[in-house]
Design a protein around this ligand. Structure first.
Ligand code: DAH
Length: 339
């Protein structure tokens, strides 16, 4: 038995010393220490050893195993060290080479303008809220005083998802959702995406963004609307612009108006930018229609309000003098980097 163990040990150690790679080393390990290995076979033969000799033989087996395991480990470490050294020699890194630049994106002009808008209105005490893009017909039309057969409903070619569910055509729907919550007074702006079945061209897109505004409180008058939107125009386009409220019609406001600002390019004299008009249309606005308040369970005798809606892309194009809306959707970094 002793002789057998000595042979196993000697053969294993010489095999280990002669191994030329980690794979070969593993083969040696399996051949000796594996389930069907030589040393394992000796252990299995222990039952044939006389009981009084077993402790001694057991100790010898353990010593043999330990010696082989040590040799295996030592050889493995040697091999790994050699491999690492070889790799380091092969992979020379030239630290003087210029690094690859990370591609960094750029804030979208829409976002720059939206941040500015939010800054202005939050500064006046407004809250920024959101509403769903997939909306009930009720919130998009009906509760805004646009009943089933109203012509205003046909004007906004729309995407229906179900019988009375559609992709919202205007953010005005958020007015209703906030009024229904019943927390008064209200001072909110609601930015968001809207959808209309329009063909793509320089000024149209089937999806664009609006920012809705709504104020409801006691004693809100048209002069509050004018003062607020004039302050906005001065902050956004510059203190020198003049504002003009032109009568208009929206079903959910009465009276309604469109806000024009004097052309900030020519100062109002008339140029190509303002198409010779001297004025540029900015947004729609008006006093919230009493019936709209009523439908949202607000008493129009106690509360009044004003609302406005502005096209985000529209004022972005104006502010940065971009002449094609499609540029805003291509996200070409060479374009975006300019803002
Ligand atoms: N929702 C209108 C549109 O899409 C814009 C608008 C006009 C919103 C007047 C308003 C408003 O809140 O008072 O054309």
């Amino acid at each position: 038995m002793k002789e057998k163990l000595r042979q196993i040990r000697e053969k294993a150690l010489s095999d280990i010393a002669g191994s030329d790679g980690l794979a070969r080393l593993n083969e040696v390990r399996v051949a000796v220490l594996g389930k069907k290995g030589e040393l394992t076979a000796v252990l299995k033969g222990m039952k044939n050893v006389a009981p009084e000799e077993r402790p001694l033989v057991g100790q010898m087996v353990n010593e043999t195993r330990a010696a082989i395991e040590n040799a295996l480990e030592e050889k493995k470490q040697q091999m790994e060290a050699l491999l690492l050294e070889k790799k380091l020699k092969e992979e020379v890194i030239d630290v003087t080479l210029p690094a690859k630049k990370n591609k960094v994106g750029h804030r979208h002009p829409n976002m720059v303008v939206l941040d500015e808008l939010e800054r202005i209105f939050v500064g006046m005490g407004y809250e920024v809220v959101e509403g769903p893009e997939v909306e009930y017909d009720y919130y998009n039309f009906e509760a805004l005083n646009i009943p089933a057969n109203h012509p205003a409903k046909d004007e906004q070619a729309k995407f229906y998802v179900g019988n009375d569910i559609l992709l919202r055509t205007q953010t005005s729907s958020v007015q209703i959702r906030i009024m229904e919550e019943g927390r008064l007074p209200i001072r909110m702006i609601a930015p968001g995406r809207v959808f209309r079945a329009d063909e793509v061209d320089a000024t149209h897109s089937p999806t664009f963004h609006q920012v809705e505004g709504l104020v409801v409180d006691k004693n809100i008058t048209f002069s509050d609307l004018k003062g607020t939107l004039e302050a906005f125009a001065h902050e956004f386009f510059g203190p020198e612009v003049k504002v003009k409220f032109r009568p208009h019609h929206f079903p959910f406001t009465e009276p309604s108006a469109e806000l024009d600002v004097s052309c900030f390019k020519c100062g109002g004299k008339g140029c190509r930018f303002c198409k010779g008009e001297g004025w540029i249309e900015i947004l729609g606005c008006g006093m919230v229609h009493p019936h709209v308040l009523e439908m949202s369970h607000i008493d129009p005798k106690e509360y009044t309000g004003f609302a406005f809606g502005v096209g985000l892309e529209r004022i972005t194009l104006l502010k940065y003098e971009i002449d094609d809306m499609r540029l805003l959707y291509e996200n070409d970094i060479r374009f975006l980097n300019q803002f």
